[in-house]
Design a protein around this ligand. Structure first.
Ligand code: GLN
Length: 303
């Protein structure tokens, strides 16, 4: 079965299943999205692409954006990055505070909120205008020159972001946030506010399936760095469901509470799914179901 056939088949099967889970309600703006939206798109490293459903509609990519910020910080700091945060799965929810005290403010990995905030802090220390620099980086990687932050979503999250405020100040108390927490949080909420379609997400992340190079040939990361980012997505991309995602799907990936998931098959393709209803771990229910069936039908995964 070709990728396109498997994608269409898995989409059809999952669309006919009863929808389960609930969309994220803690960010007021996200509750306005139709929870029955469902789209998928695949870009292969040979340049072919295909999509179906609401694959051209922009959604809030939320934590998927943390892969971009990690890649950007990695290109700037190299291995020095890992003095500020770990590379171990946390086994806890994305917004958990519990391990930070024992770990003395060093987040377990860059994808939990705490780790993403340390990455924001690193970027703030590097640039006068980190928000613009980050946008420039994502526009380049995604080949989307008009991509912008959604102030509507960033403000909405800021209005209810007490837990993230707590996380940031807590890390600061251990000295692992160097800038003003307000500045770090503002950057963090903005980077989570990017809106992209499945088609755009699968194109933007194709470099991670292509040894670190965009399909136009521009090197974003070297092959060793690319391996490490994919390894982190495999072990930490789905928070306390990362093991289960590896077990069911067998690909590195990253989720966001907007209901998006991006998954990478190194040297083959990048696939993206969007369906806003989330399971108990905060990952798209249909997204996981679709990807599980997709890799079952293709009989290919990294394992
Ligand atoms: N902006 C969201 C938050 O901080 C991102 C979480 C996610 O997508 N898992 O809560």
């Amino acid at each position: 079965m070709t990728y396109q056939e498997a994608m269409l088949k898995a989409f059809e099967v999952v669309s006919h299943q009863k929808s389960r889970g609930q969309p994220a309600t803690y960010i007021p703006e996200l509750t306005k999205v139709d929870s029955e939206k469902f789209g998928v798109h695949i870009h292969a490293t040979d340049g072919s692409e295909a999509g179906t459903g609401h694959h051209r509609e922009a959604f809030s990519i939320q934590s998927i954006s943390k892969v971009f910020s990690l890649c950007m910080a990695y290109t700037l700091l190299g291995e020095g990055l890992w003095h500020r945060l770990g590379v171990e799965p946390s086994g806890t929810a994305f917004n958990s505070l519990v391990q930070l005290e024992a770990d003395r403010g060093i987040p377990r990995n860059p994808f939990i909120n705490a780790g993403a905030m340390v990455i924001c802090d690193i970027l703030i220390s590097q640039f006068k205008d980190p928000k613009t620099e980050f946008l420039t980086f994502v526009r380049k990687v995604a080949a989307l020159p008009h991509l912008h932050y959604s102030s509507r979503i960033a403000e909405s999250e800021k209005s209810v972001g007490n837990r993230n405020v707590a996380l940031c100040h807590f890390i600061k108390s251990f000295g692992n946030i160097h800038n003003a927490p307000e500045e770090v949080l503002d950057f963090y909420f903005n980077l989570c506010s990017l809106e992209m379609s499945c088609q755009e997400v699968s194109r933007a992340f194709l470099f991670l399936a292509n040894g670190g190079k965009t399909i136009e040939g521009e090197e974003i990361l070297n092959p060793s760095q690319t391996k490490r980012i994919n390894a982190l997505m495999q072990t930490c991309g789905f928070y306390d469901e990362s093991g289960e995602f590896a077990f069911k799907v067998g690909l590195p990936g990253k989720s966001g509470v907007g209901g998006g998931i991006v998954a990478i098959h190194p040297h083959h393709y990048c696939i993206s799914v969007w369906s806003p209803r989330l399971n108990a771990k905060g990952n798209s229910q249909r997204g996981v179901d679709f990807l599980e069936l997709f890799t079952t039908l293709t009989e290919l995964s990294i394992f």
